[in-house]
Design a protein around this ligand. Structure first.
Ligand SMILES: [Fe+2]
Length: 248
């Protein structure tokens, strides 16, 4: 439930409401060990949006080039791995497409290694793959990335802990305060039932909404597999949500 606030100039400023039950993980989830140390110890305070947050400029549209959405062409050579196309729509809670909105992704290479200074996994780096992409949705709210199937990697949460293959997504919606950070998974991954991060989302249907669908129509003959994944934001009265982790 939200309580909108009307500013002195008459503009209605939506207030963030309580997240729907079951859609988002608890901030302290015992199976995901590090949340025990970093979750807020006091109740969250819901603040009204301010004028600048509602009317401020969206980020980055004029800085994005088509090359940013193709992670396989950002170097002189091609990266190693299974080429994939990941595409879908960004929608608000009413099913309305959200055009001209910025998406950012980051992921491991095919061997399960991030190009990051704090990466410890002793898998090879790929000189032709950075694992970072950006794009802007088109007029129908559609995004499209070309990339490489990411690998699984160990993460030390518990004995023999391996993350299922995933792509991190960050979306900015219509304003910076609507930013959502989440992960997309791949269908049939045998690590999904064992992963505390995936399983920290309580609701079965909400969990499954994080798994992309293999799409033979999106698949291109002799070239790349296609995965379809739609993302639903909650419109102007969006519930603020941020995962309790960042680069894991
Ligand atoms: Fe990750």
């Amino acid at each position: 439930m939200t309580t909108d606030v009307t500013s002195r100039s008459g503009l209605v400023l939506p207030t963030y409401g309580k997240p729907p039950e079951g859609n988002h993980p608890p901030l302290d989830f015992p199976g995901y060990r590090s949340t025990g140390l970093r979750h807020p110890k006091k109740p969250l305070v819901l603040l009204p949006q301010r004028l600048t947050e509602v009317t401020g400029p969206l980020l980055g549209a004029d800085l994005i080039t088509p090359n940013d959405a193709d992670l396989t062409t950002q170097h002189d050579g091609e990266p190693i791995g299974q080429r994939i196309i990941v595409s879908g729509r960004v929608l608000d809670s009413g099913g309305t497409p959200i055009p001209d909105t910025l998406l950012e992704i980051w992921q491991t290479n095919a061997a399960g290694r991030y190009r990051h200074s704090r990466e410890h996994h002793p898998a090879p780096l790929d000189p032709n793959f950075d694992g970072i992409g950006r794009c802007i949705t088109d007029s129908a709210g559609r995004y499209r990335f070309v990339t490489i199937q990411p690998g699984s990697y160990p993460w030390g949460n518990h004995y023999n802990a391996w993350r299922p293959a995933h792509i991190h997504f960050s979306l900015f919606g219509r304003a910076f305060t609507q930013r959502i950070v989440t992960q997309m998974y791949f269908p049939g991954d045998p690590l999904l039932p064992l992963d505390p991060i995936y399983n920290s989302v309580p609701d079965d249907a909400a969990r499954e909404r994080m798994v992309a669908r293999f799409d033979i129509e999106l698949t291109q003959p002799e070239w790349a597999l296609g995965y379809n994944w739609d993302i639903v934001l909650r419109g102007r009265s969006a519930t603020f949500f941020e995962e309790p982790h960042d680069a894991t």
